[in-house]
Write a protein that binds this ligand. Sequence first.
Ligand code: SF4
Ligand code: SF4
Length: 103
Amino acid sequence: MTHLGRSPTVRGAPNAGAIFVAPVAYTITQPCIGVKDASCVEVCPVDCIHSDDASDQYFIDPDECIDCGACVDPCPVDAIYPEDEVPEEWRSFIQINTDYFKK
Ligand code: SF4
Ligand code: SF4
């Protein structure tokens, strides 16, 4: 048995030297393009779904999304998925959503 009483592990954020990649809780994908009806925006409790006139879809801010899933059902075109359920052909939208908020 060794040092059970004084583990040196995790205290605060163990971020030294780490490459930070923001997790994306939910992601808006291809079907939103050209629709943009904002049904999801109306139900999001933390107001983390945004767009602008120059963009052809809405985007979810991965740093603000609380992973509640409330936006999924109101979407008329099934464009919103949890990150781990995004269809293969739309995986690029995970990065697209993230990048929108880095502008
Ligand atoms: S999962 Fe919840 S918090 Fe995240 S975008 Fe949808 S409604 Fe907003
Ligand atoms: S509800 Fe669906 S189609 Fe409408 S803005 Fe949101 S993601 Fe786009």
